[in-house]
Design a protein around this ligand. Structure first.
Ligand SMILES: [Mn+2]
Length: 292
């Protein structure tokens, strides 16, 4: 299925005087050049919110510049924490977990690094406006929208507390991949964070698989995309997410996937997050350089 770019529709879409729908933007991952070109093409956005699907930083060449650009958008920018954003927070918390292709030094060595990190750790894990849920990777099938908001609130409270470094240092490895209501403490936090920032495939019971990163037709035996689990309890809410570059742009009635692989030489996409599926056209898309 194709989603044509409507070249002359930007101003019409943006001039919607009564409660304009937000515009969703996929994983930027330090690609500031692509972000700047996308924002230029969007033009003045007025009161329209830009919803970033997380992973603002890492792997790309200009993580610091991306962070400053999005901070500069003020309250018009809504962004949720992705696994790479949390990785940066873990490094800032003093946890020794560098990866060889990290590109986060410009942030960590910035003169105002403390302010940058504080801004980032106050970003939510999920954002919900009553009609749409924004989350970096996805949610588990057992969770309805109320449960999701409650679990995310618990994590956000920890990240915004004075003990945020201790909290992040306590989270180790992949941890458990399965949700139980009885989970407590670090194990509970780990599963919530893994689901919301890393999930792609899980089984019918919500057991997560963290190795496969391919398209849905490469799902390991017994696993499926998290959004395809039968009787998923959040299926009545529009869920907007990124994280899954090999899934690409996917628009269904209750799903909008935004990661079109900018950092891998794909595209950076901006999609109208309209509640009416027929209005979810691409607003702007820019090509990204393969050279990172
Ligand atoms: Mn990600």
């Amino acid at each position: 299925m194709k989603y044509p770019v409507k070249k002359n529709s930007v101003s019409r879409l943006l001039s919607n005087a009564v409660g304009p729908s937000p515009i969703g933007i996929g994983d930027v991952q330090g690609c500031c050049n692509a972000l700047d070109r996308l924002l230029d093409k969007l033009g003045p956005i007025g009161d329209t919110q830009l919803w970033f699907a997380g992973d603002l930083v890492n792997r790309g060449p200009e993580s610091l510049a991306v962070l400053r650009r999005i901070m500069g958008l003020g309250e018009r920018a809504i962004t949720v924490l992705g696994n790479h954003d949390l990785h940066l927070l873990e490094l800032a918390a003093g946890k020794y977990c560098p990866e060889h292709d990290d590109t986060l030094d410009d942030i960590l060595s910035a003169p105002d690094a403390i302010d940058l990190i504080d801004w980032l750790r106050y970003r939510p894990i999920v954002h919900y406006d009553g009609q749409r849920l924004l989350v970096h990777a996805g949610v588990l099938p057992q969770w309805n929208i109320q449960v999701i908001l409650g679990l995310a609130h618990g994590i956000q409270t920890k990240l915004r507390s004075k003990d945020w470094k201790i909290f992040l240092q306590s989270l180790r490895g992949n941890g458990s991949n399965t949700w139980f209501n009885s989970l407590q403490g670090e194990a509970r936090a780990r599963v919530i964070i893994n689901a919301m920032t890393r999930i792609r495939f899980c089984d019918a019971y919500g057991r997560m698989e963290f190795i496969a990163k391919g398209s849905p037709n490469t799902a390991p035996d017994g696993f499926m995309p998290w959004f395809d689990v039968p009787q998923r309890r959040s299926a009545d809410t529009l869920v907007v997410f990124g994280h899954w570059a090999s899934l690409g742009l996917m628009i269904r009635d209750n799903i909008i996937a935004l990661d079109t692989g900018c950092v891998w030489g794909g595209k950076l996409s901006a999609i109208r997050l309209d509640t009416a599926p027929q209005n979810r056209a691409i607003v702007v898309q820019v090509d990204c350089s393969k050279k990172r």
